[in-house]
Design a protein around this ligand. Structure first.
Ligand code: KIV
Ligand code: ZN
Length: 385
């Protein structure tokens, strides 16, 4: 099975999320954890953005050995010089240069004609190629660009030396079917595209970043750009853990693998939360507090009998020790008895019946019933401990 390349941009696009900035030591710690996680590429930062960013990219380049280390650069000589200075000590350096290609961005932001944009892109890829073999070129706001214009610019930058072309959904605007067809159209009109990696980079403004990335993979993308916990500009980027576990769990239809050590997912997510102080929502897929928790009696009964009834992947596979049975008003006798056993209590049938009734009354009044509450109920009628 072929592996899709996982390009992690937590330390660049992710860090652009409000409240998520990290200092150099935090970035190095995070980069080392990303290496243990097994990502293929770490985008370490935007070297020209600040002195701190430059130092962090450079320190990461010197401190990780397996992944490619990339720095972002606008299509400007000074950005490319700076990106190269920052990544040149990496075992596997990459310069990632970009320019916007949509009519809106070209007109209002760049104030350039499409011809000028093509010229800048080609010249800057050639310029970067003098430094580095591995060059990624991104067409910013690609999904609001003309696909035939993109095919033209991609063909030219590939000829100029780009080794990866990226087709970002910068503003999270596309939908899975549309993105699939868009990529197909670009592929059909870019004769040299088979020589390089096709990357996708999806933002989550409509909550479709992961679905769009998966659709793109089906259309032939060979690299997916994403961030841990889905942090990033506005509504964030495609979440690494969701992409990886979707690919892993649905190998049967997706027919791809990744080089990710999924058992490191939880640790990576928690490290990022600890560093930034930005919590993930409890119902967040894969890494949320409730992602492997069951509260309703029917679900708890099912899972206690056979985990696969309500668990499509195991908590162990993402590095959690166990699932969680939350005792609350929706819980049933099975989960209650199971918790009694875990706490070391053995009650007669009648005692269980009375204790369970008391538990239900309490659960109606309280959001969470803790082990201490259960011990208080049971201690009145316990036979063995
Ligand atoms: O969202 C985007 O288009 C980007 C590019 C710079 C790759 O982050
Ligand atoms: Zn982005």
């Amino acid at each position: 099975m072929k592996n899709i390349k996982i390009f992690d941009t937590t330390l660049r696009d992710g860090e652009q999320s409000p409240g998520c900035s990290m200092n150099i030591y935090e970035k190095i710690e995070m980069a080392k954890q990303l290496e243990r996680l097994g990502v293929d590429i770490i985008e370490a930062g935007f070297a020209i953005a600040s002195k701190g960013d430059f130092k962090s990219v450079n320190a990461i380049a010197k401190n990780v050995s397996t992944p490619i280390v990339a720095s972002l650069a606008r299509a400007l000589p000074k950005d490319i010089d700076c990106a190269w200075e920052a990544v040149k000590d990496a075992k596997r350096p990459r310069i990632h240069t970009f320019i916007a290609t949509s009519p809106i961005h070209m007109k209002y932001k760049l104030k350039k004609t499409p011809e000028e944009v093509i010229e800048d892109a080609v010249n800057m890829v050639k310029y970067a190629k003098k430094y580095c073999e591995d060059i990624e070129f991104s067409a910013e706001d690609a999904t609001r660009s003309n696909p035939l214009f993109l095919a033209e610019i991609f063909e030219k930058v590939i000829k100029a030396g780009a080794t990866v072309i990226n087709i970002p959904d910068t503003v999270g605007y596309t939908t899975p079917d549309e993105y699939y067809n868009f990529l197909t159209r670009i592929k059909e009109n870019t004769p040299s595209i088979h020589k390089i990696d096709i990357s996708v980079h999806c933002h989550n403004d409509l909550g479709l970043a992961v679905a769009n990335s998966i659709a793109a993979m089906r259309a032939g993308a060979t690299q997916i750009e994403c961030t841990v916990n889905g942090i990033g500009e506005r509504a964030g980027n495609a979440a690494l853990e969701e992409i990886v576990m979707a690919i892993n769990t649905r190998k049967d239809i997706l027919k791809y693998g990744t080089g990710i050590n999924t058992k490191e997912i939880m640790k990576t997510s928690r490290l990022l939360t600890n560093i930034t102080g930005v919590e993930v929502q409890p119902n967040k897929a894969i890494v949320g507090e409730n992602a492997f928790a069951h509260e309703s009696g029917i679900h708890q009964h099912g899972v206690l009998e056979e985990r696969s009834t309500y668990e499509i992947m195991t908590p162990e596979s993402v590095g959690l020790n166990t699932n969680k049975m939350v005792l609350g008003k929706h819980s049933g006798r099975h989960a209650f008895i199971d918790r009694l056993k875990t706490l070391g209590y053995e009650l007669s049938d009648n005692e269980v019946k009375e204790a369970f009734e008391e538990f239900k009354k309490l659960a109606d009044k309280k959001k969470n019933v803790y082990d201490g509450d259960i011990e208080a109920i049971v201690s009145k009628r316990v036979t063995h401990i």
